[in-house]
Design a protein around this ligand. Sequence first.
Ligand code: FEO
Ligand code: CA
Ligand code: CA
Ligand code: CA
Length: 674
Amino acid sequence: PIPEGTGFGGIGFKSIPPNLNNPATGLLEKDLVSVPAGYKAEVLVAWGDPIMPGAPDWLSNASQNAAAQEKQFGMHADGMYYFPLPQERFIGQTLSSLRRSARSFLNQPLNRGLLCVNHEYTQEEILHPDGLTFTPATETTPAVGQPGSQVTIEKVRKSQAAHGVSVVEIFKNGNKWSFNRNSSYGRRITGNTEIRISGPAAGSALLKSKKFSITPNGSVDSGTLNDGHTAYGTLNNCANGHTPWGTYLTCEENWNGYFANPTEDVVSIPGIEKSDILAGQNRYGVSTSGFGYRWHEVDPRFDASTNPLEPHLFGWVVEIDPYNPQSKPVKRTALGRFKHESAQYVVDDNYYVAFYMGDDERNEYIYKFVCAKPLNPQNRDANRDLLDNGILYVAKFKDNGTGEWLPLVYGQRGLTPENGFRSQAEVLVKTRQAADRVGATMMDRPEWTAVRPRIGGFKEIEVYCTLTNNSRRGTEPVSSNEPDGTTGAGSARPPVDAANPRPDNRYGHIVRWREDGRSVKATTFRWDIFVECGDKSNSEPNLVGNIKGDDFGAPDGLWFDDFGRLWIQTDQAGDGLGDWVNIGSNVMMCADPNTKQIRRFLTSPTNCEVTGVVTTPDGKAMFINIQHPGDGSQPSNPTEFSNWPHSQGYGPSGRPRSSTVVITRNDGGIIGGL
Ligand code: FEO
Ligand code: CA
Ligand code: CA
Ligand code: CA
């Protein structure tokens, strides 16, 4: 029950203590997912588990090849969403989502569904049996090849197969959730899956990269070009979204790291200036060696020097219909090209739909896409191409607490040929440069967005965004913060401003805004900072924050449940050491959006990130992902090695595995509720 006038159903659990570093061992106290008394956390599905017919069981020595991985749950799970079965349920879910209330579901059995799960990246030292090919990579820190290391097409194909998205059928039998290893819905979308490109940039010459025939033994140059309507693969699928018409959205984040341009030059492409291509590679962070995946050494598709337009096929939001295993995923170019993180929707009272999106890099921007046509809540198929037409906006946060959505439309605000924008396609391929040009506000790494449910008398369109940290922000006042169209993530060090108030922001914060007139088409909004994260015991005043309740930092995953509870997940580097000595491991918190009281709900195992969160529509089972357990360690290094999920009672010992965890209440109640 949600008391009228509150828009919030209350928080019913008691905080759990942090999982701190134990000085005697130098390790965390617990290599476990811990939840409050009365709750249970169990591993549901782990990297390598078989999720479709013909898939082999995972082998603990990681000796399986790409063909096996193409049918198994991918690595390093991040964002995800749950779609109820049978399919007819999504109509009910649509209506539920429009009103943002789950109450109509409470008495219905909801024991079967499809979990769409992103697989953001791979750790080669865990993925392959001879795991020393690379020193460890993190999602943003380059791996480094070791002396004598070998990169082979077999390893690269397995790595590509471990990326992308899994569609997993799950079901509840008694009180136990399991996955169906023989599901006809079971599906893997990988770094090589054929994908359609749609929207204003489809067919553009900027997307006509070399066409390769992709085989297990290599990528063979066909001597022709892609048609601009086709891409192969989706990569670095970080956070997510979904649509009210029952499809999944996966967001391509640090895709630049898979490419390398060792020559710092590009082959000539008729009709496109070399300098323009190279400026784009620079603006999006395509470098001489990438993040150290070294795919380009054996898979020439990823050589950004000889195949310089291939990077233009990545950095999009990809729509997947989980209910139709034969459907081709679609890259929706109207939503812009950047390092996408999260795409959460709002439907307003006139049935217009907007999606709110972050570009996660230091000093990048927050965007929204507003569909041109309203939603048709009666006819699913009428909404199929809503994501192809509309206006992409970027946010300007003013110091007086108001803000402006600046349209990124060809011909407006300097997005014209003399400034390098010759069409809407070019505006979208060069979204970051377009946002620089119009003077958007550089933010402290925008990660997830979350939309507050409009329930219990709460009628505003209120959207939250995690700003995880920023090591590149200075101290000068905002008056000197005038983006000049040439800065942005690569080199900028903007001064603090009201929306990003701390220099070298180590613990991050959460910003929120309300659309004026309760319309998603509003071009103005009002904003405030929901919370500045920090550690109350820290001796540096700038690091204390203003949290009411349990301390945390590095907010990343963010999601409102249907009862108005805000769930916050963290992605800090360093477990219980340095800045995190009092905070311990990564966590999931639960916040009251009215009082801002925040409680610790979940603590994580060793050196992982807690990310991805959704419940069944009745709110009684919650799914979260543990990503990169044991990050920074090697299976052969026992001192920092995480034995999770074996330590949680799942699978054999010997190799950490990113996994989806299901959380239930012993009394069968609603997760987080009273
Ligand atoms: Fe992949 Fe910005 O998190
Ligand atoms: Ca992640
Ligand atoms: Ca993230
Ligand atoms: Ca992060």
